[in-house]
Design a protein around this ligand. Structure first.
Ligand SMILES: Cc1cc2nc3c(=O)[nH]c(=O)nc-3n(C[C@H](O)[C@H](O)[C@H](O)COP(=O)(O)OP(=O)(O)OC[C@H]3O[C@@H](n4cnc5c(N)ncnc54)[C@H](O)[C@@H]3O)c2cc1C
Length: 813
């Protein structure tokens, strides 16, 4: 009878990276609850706004006792429905084996397999048999996949970093094996600093160049030796004798800003972090709740809470480094009717399966119209409702209520109404979703934030109002002061960018402003209630509540029990969809009373009295001036590409990180974390490029050398002085294309320089349709507003496009 909306995670079939899997560990004890300096009152139904909160609010958060998990009858559910990608595993492992053909071994005892891996990792054969070696290499590949690496190709970041001299071929295949090996090696013990010499112990010396390349890449991009283990911090904190690579002003001390700042300092930059609030963490906020006498306390995560998928998750690595055992969120979730009765399990499974079928139908519909999808995009809500009517799904009132519960759950995952979500792209990030259990960090995520913020140069209560940038650097204005730097990294949430609260001078490029407008930034709110004791029972982590009014289906539709991790009897009720917006207009007392009414409706019929709360807190993320919402979503008319556009840097001076810049992992804490690492590496690349050619400015354009010109030997379009290369991975008319224009620089015809620009495929075709170059230049500048620059001044989006073109040209099959 039990089904789950979640397919097996991608590591099924082979042993997962066990160190990343968190299971409840009843043997491990935690720190005792301690007192905090935060003043609280009994029955203090406070409202959380953009509160000026002391940083020491995070001190002394209680530890928690994880509990054993007896799994009982109610149904299993998860936060988000995933599509099934079972193919990934088999193709992954088999393709890897193709890369490593089997051959005779020279040793008498060895069997004829794994020659390539043996040649690279000769040490392994000494310790284990060859089939073990094969397994080992496969497992290392799976670990790399869980961290987000493709199985037999390079990432765009790797191509940009020139990790191998030539893309494709044996060298690349060997590099991948070495890279996976280093990654897996560090992941097997994240408490220590993995040195290059350690790696060389297990790789043959003739492959030293591959080790250097893979090691440098993984280190600089924050895939190894990151985090807050004492041994890691010791190495990272050692002052470097080298001159700083430059100075970076980081706007925002949320996860992305904190991670980026730490990594930038390690990479050799001077860094300052400007934070508008009086605390670090941004949308991760753990509030210590307690009664007046501190007899009960609880750590409540009012923002980001669940580590959604632990395999490969960098936040899981941090928890391991600090020795914090994670608590697996048990996905058993009984549902209760408004009258307090538990939903009949037959009806429950019938409606859940109908709900999944509706989603499948939407999937099939869009597959059928993939080509036209951008122009015919409608909302997911509209599509689901149309199919519901056609197939007469959930017409009975009870079934309708149940279906509404599932829709509310989807609105929670996406922080918005289904009527706002793009049918075409709402789940574009599904293929990348981190596998493994969903987990809580005992004591709340604020503990991680505190550890990440330690020793960083953060200036609190410095709301940035303006960023000026130019060829000489950046100037940031915050709290009446000016900060000057070489570069700025903006991690302000999409909600803040949408409001225009930070002025950019000159204005951001139109394409970025359009992406900011198109992407959605939604709302999810919470009511956290600390009770004098746990009356709901400790054996489940979630239970749901059905509502008759479809418009209010998201109102307290799901309760999370944090008793296992908060250090006290804490419940958090979620408010999603339309209800989340209405919720912000209600008084906190009204909202808490409504939650209590629902709880009484569920528990009183069972003879269980609901006690008065000790303390309750309601969030107001929509009114928070440092976020204006909860997290991003793909709105109708937007697509996953908009996340990439948000990530693009401007003029090599202004960089962007944050969850809404992460196409693979948006709307999550780990997405924010990874975006911070990504931008630190990006800033380093740009700074190095600049330091190699410090005069790579407009007047030095004709001296710029580039490896892009050879790509134009066979352009996709050529007309007049113009040549164009299309994105080889997309036929979309709005996909990016790289334009090269030959401009006369002297008197003779051969005296010309090349300028470059990024435009859309359809714009290139329009230019092709014009009669002469003068008209083309006019259209380019005035209609398309595309500026031409030297190759080194192209934006980040161009870098990844060039990587894709290079990759295809060097490996046409
Ligand atoms: C209610 C809620 C529930 C969530 N649940 C989960 C979950 O269960 N699992 C999960 O993985 N994720 C969850 N998330 C999402 C997750 O919390 C975020 O994706 C992540 O924390 C975002 O980090 P960030 O660094 O991108 O942005 P932020 O954390 O918002 O950091 C940006 C920082 O910039 C600061 N700032 C803004 N404007 C200015 C300015 N003008 N000047 C200076 N500073 C400024 C902000 O104060 C903030 O500190 C949830 C979020 C919310 C709100």
């Amino acid at each position: 009878m039990e089904t789950t909306a979640t397919p097996p995670d991608i590591t099924t079939g082979l042993p997962p990276p066990t160190e990343d899997i968190a299971l409840p560990n009843p043997d491990v004890s935690h720190a005792d609850p301690k007192s905090s300096s935060e003043p609280t009152e009994l029955n203090d139904y406070t409202t959380e706004r953009s509160e000026p909160m002391e940083t020491n609010d995070f001190s002394n958060e209680p530890g928690a006792e994880p509990q054993a998990q007896p799994e009982s009858q109610p149904r299993k559910r998860r936060r988000r429905r995933k599509r099934i990608f079972t193919d990934m595993i088999s193709s992954t492992a088999s393709r890897l084996r193709v890369l490593r053909p089997h051959a005779k071994s020279s040793t008498a005892s060895a069997v004829d397999e794994d020659e390539d891996a043996d040649a690279l990792t000769g040490y392994l054969r000494k310790r284990r048999g060859p089939s073990d070696l094969s397994k080992e290499v496969d497992i290392e590949a799976l670990i790399a996949i869980s961290v987000g690496f493709p199985v037999d190709s390079l990432t765009e970041e790797e191509i940009e970093a020139n990790v191998v001299p030539q893309i494709g071929g044996t060298e690349q295949a060997n590099y991948i094996i070495v890279r996976n090996h280093i990654l897996a090696r560090w992941r097997s013990n994240v408490a220590v600093w993995l040195t290059r010499d350690h790696v060389l112990e297990s790789i043959r010396v003739e492959h030293k160049n591959l080790v250097n390349s893979a090691y440098n890449f993984l280190l600089h991009h924050g895939y190894i030796n990151f985090g807050i283990a004492p041994a890691i911090k010791d190495v990272k904190n050692k002052a470097s004798d080298e001159l700083p690579l430059g100075s970076v002003i980081v706007i925002g001390a949320g996860l992305s800003g904190l991670v980026a700042a730490r990594q930038l300092i390690f990479l050799g930059f001077k860094v300052v972090v400007l934070e508008g609030r009086a605390r670090p963490g941004g949308r991760v906020r753990t509030k210590r709740m307690s009664g007046s006498d501190d007899s009960v306390v609880g750590a409540a995560d009012l923002g980001g809470s669940v580590l959604t998928g632990i395999n490969g998750n960098p936040l899981g690595v941090l928890a391991r480094q600090l020795g914090w055992p994670l608590h697996k969120v048990r996905d058993i979730c009984p549902l209760y009717l408004p009258n307090g009765m538990m939903v009949n399990s037959d009806v429950d499974s019938k409606v859940e399966s109908s709900f999944n079928k509706l989603l499948d139908r939407v999937c099939k519909l869009r597959q059928g119209i993939m080509e036209e999808i951008r122009s015919v995009d409608i909302s997911l809500g509209t599509a689901l409702e149309a199919f519901r009517r056609v197939y007469k799904v959930a017409e009975e009132p009870l079934e309708r209520m149940l279906l509404d519960w599932h829709l509310a759950n989807l609105e929670y995952a996406n922080a918005t109404l289904l009527s706002n979500l793009s049918m075409a792209f709402w789940d574009q990030d599904d293929p990348y979703e981190m596998g493994g259990d969903h987990c809580f960090i005992p004591g709340g995520n604020g503990r991680l934030v505190r550890a990440l913020a330690e020793d960083l140069p953060i200036f609190y209560e410095r709301p940035v109002g303006c960023v000026r940038y130019g060829s000489d650097g950046v100037m940031v204005y915050a709290g009446g002061q000016e900060y000057q730097g070489d570069m700025v990294l903006c991690t302000a949430p999409l909600g803040v960018l949408k409001r225009g609260n930070i002025e950019f001078v000159p204005e951001l490029p139109q394409r970025k402003k359009d992406a900011i407008d198109r992407l959605g930034f939604g709302l999810l709110n919470k009511v956290a209630i600390l009770f004098p004791y746990d009356f709901w029972g400790g054996e489940i982590d979630t239970f749901g509540h059905l509502t008759e009014d479809p418009g209010m289906r998201g109102e307290f539709f799901l309760f999370y029990s944090y008793s296992a991790v908060a250090g006290g009897p804490l419940l958090i009720a979620l408010v999603a969809g339309e209800a989340a917006v209405k919720f912000e207009k209600n008084s906190p007392v009204e909202s808490v009373n409504r939650v209590l009414e629902i709880l009484k409706g569920i528990f009183s019929p069972k003879g269980i009295a609901v006690p008065d709360p000790v303390q309750a807190v309601c969030t107001r993320w929509g009114q928070d001036q440092f976020s204006y919402g909860s997290y991003s979503y793909v709105a109708v008319g937007a697509s996953g590409d908009d996340y990439d556009i948000l990530a693009e840097s401007v003029a090599d001076r202004v960089f962007f990180a944050g969850e809404a810049t992460n196409k693979q992992y948006p709307a999550t804490m780990h997405g924010a974390f990874l975006s911070g690492m990504r931008e630190a590496a990006h800033i380093m690349r740009v700074a190095r490029r600049r330091s190699v050619s410090p005069t790579a400015k407009v007047n030095a354009i004709n001296h710029e050398s580039n490896d892009v010109d050879p790509l134009f030997e066979s352009p996709d379009l050529a007309f007049g002085s113009f040549a164009v290369l299309f994105d080889p991975q997309s036929t979309d008319v709005e996909s990016n294309a790289l334009l090269r224009v030959a401009v006369m620089s002297g008197k003779s015809e051969v005296d010309h320089i090349h300028l470059f620009g990024l435009l859309q495929r359809k714009q290139a075709m329009e230019l092709n349709g014009l009669e002469d170059d003068v008209k083309r230049m006019e259209m380019l500048a005035h209609t398309f507003r595309v500026g031409l620059v030297g190759i080194n001044s192209l934006c980040n989006g161009a870098e990844s496009l060039i990587s894709r073109i290079k990759s295809v040209k060097s490996n046409p099959n």
